[in-house]
Design a protein around this ligand. Structure first.
Ligand SMILES: [Zn+2]
Ligand SMILES: [Zn+2]
Length: 249
């Protein structure tokens, strides 16, 4: 699998953009995980074929993970996409996407020239979508958020969205090849958010091979750069990606 980091920041991070990753599976299925305010412009700066994306995954409905969806869909329409787009997330995703579209671009939904196929991916058994197995798990966040494990039969990638990990997250992530996890601050200072120390413990408990820390508070990231650097030096399997980082598993 190939993972491209579109953005790695929190809601207000002008330097790093909103956190979003683009996954290409071994069988060339393309999955965009989250689509916040800043994501469509970066997405279209990197991907020029409107029919390339197979699946959009939405972890939750905070704006930095979701409010780019109307522009993504509008731009696909403008570029004359023809293939259906599969949109996945927790139950209720379809209604949220339609209300965001109607608010952003009234009347546009009726003009779409490609189909939207919604699949609810609730925790429990894995779901087969476009030949990929998706397992979701609830995290501890201020709004209901689902983390997602993407399994293409060769590798497993976990993407947290927002929130502190739960016991169920530790179980689901076991032995995965890569975890892309929200780490808002150093320790557990902020309720309903992950932290660097929490992520390190989680990665150890679940024997994750590589851990990518994202969605750091922008001031903490800047002011504590040397502390973060020391942690990375001491933990070679942990990385701090930036927008444009690409990992091949
Ligand atoms: Zn967020
Ligand atoms: Zn959130």
């Amino acid at each position: 699998m190939d993972v491209f980091f579109i953005g790695v920041g929190e809601a207000c991070d002008a330097e790093h953009g909103n956190t979003s990753i683009h996954i290409t599976t071994a069988d060339q299925v393309r999955i965009l995980c989250d689509c916040g305010f800043s994501v469509p412009h970066t997405y279209f700066a990197n991907y020029h074929d409107p029919d390339l994306l197979d699946i959009l995954w939405l972890s939750h409905f905070h704006g930095d993970h979701f409010f780019g969806v109307p522009l993504l869909l509008l731009r696909f329409w403008e570029m004359r996409r023809t293939r259906p787009l599969i949109i996945t997330g927790q139950s209720g995703t379809e209604a949220k996407v339609f209300s965001a579209m109607d608010l952003a671009f009234p009347g546009f939904r009726a003009k779409l020239c490609y189909d939207l196929e919604f699949h609810d991916i609730e925790p429990g058994a894995g779901h087969q979508v476009a030949g990929v197995t998706l397992h979701s798990v609830q995290t501890d966040h201020s709004q209901r958020n689902l983390g997602i494990l993407v399994d293409d039969g060769y590798n497993k990638i976990y993407y947290s969205g927002d929130g502190r990990p739960t016991e169920e997250v530790t179980e689901l992530m076991q032995n995965s090849d890569l975890a892309v996890h929200e780490a808002f601050m150093l320790d557990e200072e902020v309720h309903h958010h992950g932290s660097i120390t929490g992520c390190l413990k989680l990665a150890e408990k679940s024997s994750v091979k590589k851990l990518a820390l994202v969605h750091l508070d922008r001031n903490f990231r800047r002011e504590s750069a040397s502390v973060i650097e020391e942690i990375l030096d001491a933990n070679p399997s942990v990385i701090l990606p930036v927008g444009g980082t690409r990992l091949t598993l």
